[in-house]
Design a protein around this ligand. Structure first.
Ligand code: VGL
Ligand code: ZN
Length: 199
């Protein structure tokens, strides 16, 4: 058995003071660093959008952040501009121990498609390459932590379960955005998908 800790989007824009701040998003960072020692490998994901990305409300006429639109691939929440490639908001939180990571996977770089999941873009078809990385390295067991519980952690966890990986989400090391009941829906969805919820 080879296990991996996958740390989802612990970036400045998702922490207090950032463009899409998750309440207490920074409170999990030192705990995540401590957990790294329990894993064979550590993987970080980095939300990484070009400016003018289609998930930004500013890219849509007469739309405000947190409104829902229909994209060719399905419903999409519109967000404040965040995690713009090369900007400080896209950098990892300064306390995160990035040196322990074997792999950093970027996502959301396709201008036309958002990517909550570390495995597939929001069309649920275009792979990020993470599955191939895990399989070719013989990594079998996954634990997810990070931001945000109800979006990128949720979609990543459900995709991992669909791909057949044993997957645990350590909720004590995650924080949620919680838009209109999205946290409860995410917890139900993960449970139904066979994700083990811890903490
Ligand atoms: C995320 C909204 C937009 C996340 C990323 O990391 O959960 N949420 N982009
Ligand atoms: Zn994003």
């Amino acid at each position: 058995m080879t296990n991996a800790l996958i740390v989802i989007d612990v970036q400045n824009d998702f922490c207090p003071g950032g463009a899409l701040a998750v309440p207490q998003g920074d409170a999990i960072v030192s705990g995540i660093n401590e957990r790294m020692a329990d894993f064979d490998t550590v993987i970080l994901t980095q939300d990484w959008h070009p400016s003018g990305h289609s998930s930004f409300a500013t890219s849509h006429k007469d739309k405000a952040p947190y409104e829902l639109v229909t994209m060719p691939y399905g419903p999409q929440v519109l967000w404040p501009d965040h995690c713009v490639q090369g900007g400080t908001g896209a950098e990892f939180h300064e306390v995160l121990d990035t040196a322990r990571a074997d792999m950093i996977i970027r996502k959301g770089f396709n201008p036309a498609i958002d990517s909550y999941s570390a495995f597939f873009e929001n069309d649920q078809t275009t792979p990020t390459g993470l599955e191939g990385y895990l399989r070719t390295r013989g990594i079998t067991d996954l634990t997810l932590v990070g931001l945000a519980t109800d979006f990128c952690v949720n979609f990543s966890a459900q995709d991992a379960a669909k791909l057949g990986f044993p997957i645990t989400v350590d909720l004590g090391l995650c924080r949620a955005i919680d838009l209109d009941g999205s946290l409860e829906a995410a917890l139900d969805g993960m449970k139904n998908a066979g994700v083990v919820l811890k903490g």
